[in-house]
Design a protein around this ligand. Structure first.
Ligand SMILES: Cc1ncc(COP(=O)(O)O)c(C=O)c1O
Length: 416
């Protein structure tokens, strides 16, 4: 895209963009501006090549084979587990369980830890800003176990009301499950403090890391969270793959999630014994090619540099915030002090869906709607927002395209 300029802190954005062939296209006759990164970000060529490399070069089922292809596939699959273990600094690679993504990881905990250890009258705390995938699994569990779901409120600026969280905590609290970085508001929650306080009453803490993992430095040991859920497709990796981190002693105490191949040690009709972690939770043939490619996505982030990525995205967030604030009638939803590169807004008199469509006509991909956070939208008395979310390959020039586009839409509609 011709408008790309290098930004002045060591990152060569043009050469980063060149690694993402999908960005080099026109939509409705205009250069694509992809600002839907919180839904899923684009994949560098090394990730796409890893998928075809697996199928063209060494497709085989893993773990049980002795032939060369099976060994090669197993090695590549397990290499991703080690990379992810290092990426989030778990104590051991066995604490990493591959799943379909954040949603499945949270459901796994609710269905195993939850079913085994939650009893009638116990309390589970979540917040108003949770994604539906960190609400519904706990509602299902509470319904089954007659447990109680407690909700931390969110302030007008989009931060959890910390004192209210402290008030909700008691010896009845068994699980606290909160989002690290909100997909709708961008808010980064004070998860270290949340975890410390939860542990004081003996509760376990799950962090929904779907949005945080590609943007923030993640150290699950330093955080001391009990579980951490993530999705590869929000980390420049493929869809259909993610992971659950859990502390060894918890994973070992939990019953299996699904039954089938791989998760067993011995099967007889009288009694089946289960495999060690992580395999106890990985029943059936996994998504091998995509797990291998997930490893390449982690390489991409490491090679680009997490700190550099964060710096670039923060720069884009500040610039977009400044520019959007100058538009009359535009209101930003979510102005927390600490944010990842997500900016949600509404405009007086225009439905977010209409803005989304008119932006698409200009080649700009933004997301509109409730972003799977309906209770949060209800909190703000709105149906939805327009959301622009930025990744490493985005530029200030692209933000200008969006801002000029919105201004023109307002002029055409004679709102401004
Ligand atoms: C904060 C948050 N949690 C959970 C999810 C669910 O992730 P997945 O659909 O990859 O399972 C998302 C996806 O948008 C999210 O943004």
């Amino acid at each position: 895209m011709s408008a790309v300029k290098n930004i002045n802190y060591g990152l060569d954005i043009a050469s980063i963009r060149a690694q993402f062939p999908v960005l080099d296209q026109e939509i409705n006759g205009k250069p694509l501006v992809y600002f839907d990164n919180a839904a899923t970000n684009q994949k560098p060529k090394m990730v796409v090549d890893a998928i075809s490399g697996y199928y063209e070069g060494y497709n085989a089922n893993i773990h049980r084979g002795v032939h060369t292809l099976a060994e090669k596939a197993t090695k590549a699959f397990e290499a991703t587990r080690i990379k992810l273990h290092q990426f989030i600094n778990s104590a051991e690679s066995e604490e990493i369980i591959f799943t379909k993504g954040t949603t499945e990881s949270i459901n796994l905990v609710a269905n195993t830890y939850g079913r085994a250890f939650i009893n009638e009258g116990d309390e589970i705390i979540i917040s108003t800003m949770e994604h539906h995938s960190n609400i519904v699994p706990w509602q299902l569990l509470c319904e089954e176990k007659k447990a109680v779901l407690k909700i931390i409120p969110v302030s007008d600026s989009g931060e959890i009301v910390y004192e209210e969280y402290l008030n909700l905590l008691s010896e009845k609290t068994k699980i606290v499950s909160v989002v690290y970085a909100s997909n709708s508001l961008g808010t980064i929650n004070p998860v270290k403090d949340i975890i410390t306080e939860a542990h004081k009453v003996g509760a376990k803490v799950l962090l929904d890391g779907a949005q945080a993992t590609a943007h923030l430095h993640i150290d699950v040991q330093a955080l001391d969270c009990d579980f951490y859920a993530l999705s590869a497709h929000k980390m420049y990796g493929p869809t259909g793959v993610g992971a659950l981190y859990g502390k060894r002693e918890l994973l070992e105490a939990m019953p299996p999630y699904q039954g089938g191949g791989e998760m067993i040690k011995d099967v007889t009709f009288e009694k089946t014994t289960y495999n060690d972690i992580p395999y106890k939770f990985e029943a059936g043939t996994p998504n091998i090619g995509d797990v291998v490619a997930f490893g390449k996505a982690i390489d991409f982030i490491n090679e680009t540099g997490k700190a550099e990525i964060a710096r670039h995205e923060n720069e884009l967030l500040s610039y977009a915030t400044e520019q959007l604030k100058q538009i009359d009638g535009l209101k930003i939803i979510g102005e927390a002090k600490e944010k990842v590169s997500v900016i949600s807004f509404i405009i007086d008199g225009i439905h977010p869906f209409d803005i989304g469509q008119m932006m698409d006509a200009r080649g700009v991909a933004v997301r509109t709607g409730h972003h799977c956070t309906q209770p949060l939208m209800t909190r703000y008395g709105i149906e939805g927002t327009v959301r622009a979310s930025f990744a490493i390959y985005n530029t200030k020039e692209e933000i200008d395209v969006m801002v000029v586009g919105i201004t023109k839409i307002l002029k055409i509609m004679s709102i401004s």
